[in-house]
Design a protein around this ligand. Sequence first.
Ligand SMILES: Nc1nc2c(c(=O)[nH]1)N[C@H]1C(S)=C(S)[C@@H](COP(=O)(O)OP(=O)(O)OC[C@H]3O[C@@H](n4cnc5c(=O)[nH]c(N)nc54)[C@H](O)[C@@H]3O)O[C@H]1N2
Ligand SMILES: Nc1nc2c(c(=O)[nH]1)N[C@H]1C(S)=C(S)[C@@H](COP(=O)(O)OP(=O)(O)OC[C@H]3O[C@@H](n4cnc5c(=O)[nH]c(N)nc54)[C@H](O)[C@@H]3O)O[C@H]1N2
Ligand code: SF4
Ligand SMILES: [Mo]
Length: 698
Amino acid sequence: MTTVHRTCPLCEAVCGLTLTLDEGGNVTSVKGDKDDPFSKGFICPKGASLGRLDEDPDRLSKPLVREGDQWREVTWEEAFDTVARAIAAVKDRQSIAVYLGNPSAHTMAGALYGAPLIRALGTRNVYSASTADQMPKHVACGLMFGHPLRIPVPDLDRTGYLLMLGANPLESNGSLCTAPDFPGRLKAIRRRGGKVVVVDPRRTRTAALADEHVFVRPGADAYLLFGLVHTLFAEGLTAVSCEVNGLEEVRQAARHFTPEVVARRTGVPEETIVRLARELAAAPSAAVYARIGTCTQEFGTLAQWLVDVLNTLTGNLDRPGGAMFPMPATETPRSRRPYTTGRWKSRVRGLPEANGELPVATLADEIETPGEGQVRFLVTVAGNPVLSAPNGARLDEAFEQLDFMVSVDPYLNETTRHATVILPPPRVLQSGHYDFALLGFAVRNYARYSPPILPLDGRPSESEIMARLTMIASGLEGDLDEFIIDQTLQKAGVELQFDGETGAERRLDMMLRLGPYELSLAKLRENPHGLDLGPLEPRLPGALHTASGRVELAPAQLLEDVERLRERLEHAPPEMVLIGRRHLRSNNSWMHNVSTLVGGSNRCTLQINPADVARLGLDGEAVVTSATGRLTVTLEPTDTIMQGVVSLPHGWGHAGSAQAVAAEHPGVSANTLTDDAAIDVPSGNAVFNGVPVTVEAV
Ligand SMILES: Nc1nc2c(c(=O)[nH]1)N[C@H]1C(S)=C(S)[C@@H](COP(=O)(O)OP(=O)(O)OC[C@H]3O[C@@H](n4cnc5c(=O)[nH]c(N)nc54)[C@H](O)[C@@H]3O)O[C@H]1N2
Ligand SMILES: Nc1nc2c(c(=O)[nH]1)N[C@H]1C(S)=C(S)[C@@H](COP(=O)(O)OP(=O)(O)OC[C@H]3O[C@@H](n4cnc5c(=O)[nH]c(N)nc54)[C@H](O)[C@@H]3O)O[C@H]1N2
Ligand code: SF4
Ligand SMILES: [Mo]
């Protein structure tokens, strides 16, 4: 028996785990690591199943090549050669598209090799789960603070008041707010006399834990937030404490959105809007935090912008207990080029790029529409867009038309079944882990490295797979990591040697040593439970990357989109709309193959208010129809959801996947109903919440 410690890679909470392994390397127990200074022993059911997930017999151990509908196991050399021949035959690099999925934000391979791979492919057809998720936050923060990763997080451990919209951390364990034991941190706010308010069309477990739950009509958060901004100005409650541009423009923009006007659209009573604004202003410290429910909607960027407008107007931006900017250990100096979007546009729909990406909502258009630059070749890494992208059923068909597809993924699933070659990364326990992305959103500054526990047994690490693909795409020879290290040192004007058994470890060592705490890989290895680097500290104005050096409260692009918001007020909202939800024992599309995680309350059901069940004469099942598709669903009547709103979790609809357990609980895909024609305009983000639907008896 051996005991090892490592970070859980399964969600954004980065909990420390303590695992015991038997002689064969099998996981015999998983517990929370009590000595981790950040997670302090917290664990959730997914973390506790890490061994089961990692030892899933359906995970691929060898590369697969597809010939017609037959799969053949091949050697790694044959697999890479097949990819190399296919890339060599590509005449127009724009015909290659790449899609990076959610786990690539959790792996070292995704963080270190995603960008080099994209550069080497030389295409602008770059897509990721970000445009099905948080792109509105990147765009809003890019425009306000000058860099899309300059994202403030609620200072959970010190705040006196938390206004939380469209987030359900009791199920999700938090997002763009890395906070192990999020539930405990929420309870602590109340214990120290603070207040938690949750705004959600459903009375979630998070809402039940809060002091107050406010029902809101899906997609109406930007109106609600504008109502709060309006009230702060109208009552003279603003207390801006940093240098800003655009205060008067924000006041003007908010003029129209009186609590009375927005109450009708949001379903939130006028008195509640006024009271919430007063409470925010009066709290000793307060943070507004809004997540996926407010991003994946028609006015996602406006909602995310208004969140930080409120944090700024109430003097809570960059102050303890407010919304603060973390200082991760691998932060590198950032360019002072002003942030813009739309440097290029998508070929078919003319949608603007954001952060160098095009909206995943237009990937099917780019594959299906003939002409110069038509996508014929696809690279997917850690993604399952057939289930996760809007109108996934259309993508499923579009992928059939591709000339070649290569997927880096441990499973043969709904997406990778279309691939020509599947390159499976090794097991979690065979992989080193450092949370490059997520530690930049942590509510305490913290660092932890988990070295691989089990040997690779001749298969390449995911980093090596990605480096190899990058070299194939670039046509160059040599060591990618050494090349990147040389380039970085030249830029920084320093000479250093780095420590580490792999290129990925040496690059981590480099980033740590060039980072703000001058840490090193060796130092992290000496602290296997992680290093606490202290509470968040004020970082303004230094952390700003705007041309003016000030917070830009009223970016022109967003003021322009306010016009769209105003116009939409004239239209009557749809009678019935669809939203999503998450379950504690699920994770997007790929954890339904662990029997301890599926079943019970983790099922693919349509939550619907009993009043709607009665009004529509439904019983047991119903047919849900949207602009793009139709599904027969099992009903789950519950008064925790607003009337006129139904909720279906995403990531289900398992078909054609070699996942035996998942196949027994297939469910249906919510993204058959979501419409790829609808996007949040400034960010191109998909719209999953507030989708107009009709619900009828079977
Ligand atoms: N209707 C609706 N749709 C949604 C959402 C919603 O709320 N409602 N949420 C959206 C959000 S927030 C997101 S992030 C996206 C997610 O969208 P995707 O990232 O496209 O989908 P996932 O289901 O996370 O698929 C992850 C894939 O990565 C593979 N994988 C797991 N671990 C690893 C690994 O270590 N390495 C590699 N290479 N592969 C790995 C899995 O087998 C799986 O194929 O879905 C979006 N879709
Ligand atoms: N257990 C589990 N954990 C996960 C995941 C998972 O699938 N399962 N996925 C991971 C990923 S990829 C992400 S991005 C994060 C997301 O983390 P969260 O943002 O916390 O996501 P959800 O739990 O889906 O909570 C979103 C809430 O928004 C509400 N909502 C829907 N529409 C609206 C609206 O228009 N307005 C408002 N105000 N609320 C609305 C929904 O009812 C839901 O309760 O979770 C991560 N963690
Ligand atoms: S909360 Fe997230 S990081 Fe923590 S154990 Fe659960 S899945 Fe892992
Ligand atoms: Mo996500």
